[in-house]
Write a protein that binds this ligand. Structure first.
Ligand SMILES: NC(=O)c1ccc[n+]([C@@H]2O[C@H](COP(=O)([O-])OP(=O)(O)OC[C@H]3O[C@@H](n4cnc5c(N)ncnc54)[C@H](OP(=O)(O)O)[C@@H]3O)[C@@H](O)[C@H]2O)c1
Length: 338
């Protein structure tokens, strides 16, 4: 293949709190020539994750921070256009940590998986049939362990992870309550994601509405936000309640300690279990989650939405937009049309 140009989004400075467009720069570099057993992928969809806030921060995290002046870390789905590795052939669709760039020249180990041929769009490999769906699956079923007729409360309930959690809980015959940030998303929760009730946390009567929606208390709390939403939810926790600590979207900056009520007594008195989890620890069981999710989505039992931005130029401001709650569903950037 002749030398070609590769547009890339570099991280050029570390944000204080939520990353903005100023923290990134788009550059054009020359793609190195493929060698050894490398695979060249042309990215089609780039993913935007709330976790990117942590990935670009120097604050302690589960992964090393993205180095300054390097390509922004990101999941992406693309098509193999050249391969010196026997397991990958041109034309195959693959997904992995390919970064915010047009082309990714990678070792085979960077590829998470090939995308199986089915009738669902390949964009789902980054959302409901990717990281988000699998996070919902393992977080709810392994950590939350909901039982039939229990009450399950989900924060960022209309989001990529939350919408899936609510629907899996419904499949397990639970009473589901979604918490989200606007009336539009409350409507989505009720109408599309089939929550029994949905509440806007920006409503001044939020705590009262939450209590009314959970007359039997709360058995499982799938926590994507932390902060004041969690403070309200934990007040309603039942004995033996489970709190799945999945994300901390409401805490904009970990450099200062967030302030709030101490919950230790509540956890003790209610013999509750509060457990953090990371989907990456479940890699060996991804096929199990993928099989279940593909079946549910194909049968129309799990609905999903995608918010697709067009062009790599949209990447630098996409994380701050996500934190403003602008996305109605999984946020993706399409950079190549197939
Ligand atoms: N543990 C893991 O392995 C793992 C894996 C993947 C994702 N996650 C976590 O799961 C959560 C959801 O991820 P996602 O990809 O599905 O994102 P998402 O929910 O689609 O988008 C993020 C949402 O966060 C909400 N938000 C932003 N600022 C907030 C604030 N100050 N207070 C309350 N809510 C706020 C907004 O929804 P509203 O409009 O409803 O406020 C926004 O739409 C994130 O915390 C993410 O880090 C964890």
């Amino acid at each position: 293949m002749t030398a070609c140009k590769n547009k890339q989004v570099l991280l050029i400075s570390r944000p204080k709190g939520i990353p903005t467009a100023d923290n990134f720069q788009i550059v054009e570099s020359v793609l190195p020539v493929i060698t050894r057993d490398q695979v060249l992928v042309r990215n089609i969809y780039l993913s935007v994750e709330p976790a990117m806030k942590g990935w670009v921060s120097a604050t302690e995290n589960y992964a090393e921070p993205v180095a300054l002046n390097s390509v922004m870390r990101s999941f992406a789905t693309g098509v193999v256009i050249d391969s010196l590795h026997p397991n990958f052939l041109p034309g195959e669709f693959v997904t992995g940590l390919f970064g915010w760039q047009e082309y990714a020249l990678v070792e085979a180990g960077v590829i998470d998986r090939k995308i199986a041929a089915h009738s669902l769009p390949i964009s789902t490999s980054l959302g409901v049939l990717g990281l988000n769906g699998m996070t919902a699956y393992f977080g709810l079923l392994d950590i939350g362990q909901p039982l039939s007729e229990e009450t399950v409360v989900v924060s960022t309930a209309a989001g990529a992870v939350g919408s899936c959690v609510g629907q899996i809980a419904k499949l397990k015959n639970c009473h589901t309550i979604g918490i989200t940030g606007s009336q539009e998303k409350v409507d989505l929760c009720r109408q599309l994601y089939q929550y029994d009730q949905a509440i806007n946390y920006n409503d001044e009567k939020f705590e009262k509405e939450l209590a009314q929606a959970c007359p039997k208390g709360i058995d499982v709390y799938f926590d994507n936000t932390g902060g004041i939403i969690s403070d309200a939810v934990l007040q309603l926790l039942n004995i033996g309640g489970r709190i799945v600590v999945c994300g901390t979207s409401s805490i904009s900056n970990w450099e200062e300690h967030p302030i709030g009520p101490r919950q230790e007594r509540k956890i003790l008195v209610n013999r509750a279990r509060m457990e953090g989890f990371l989907v990456f620890d479940y890699k060996e069981r991804y096929p199990e989650a993928l099989a279940a999710l593909t079946e549910w989505v194909s049968a129309g039992l799990i609905k999903y939405r995608e918010e697709i931005l067009c062009g790599i130029e949209k990447a630098p401001c996409s994380i701050s937009s996500l934190y403003r709650g602008k996305n109605l569903g999984k946020c993706l950037i399409q950079i190549y049309k197939i």
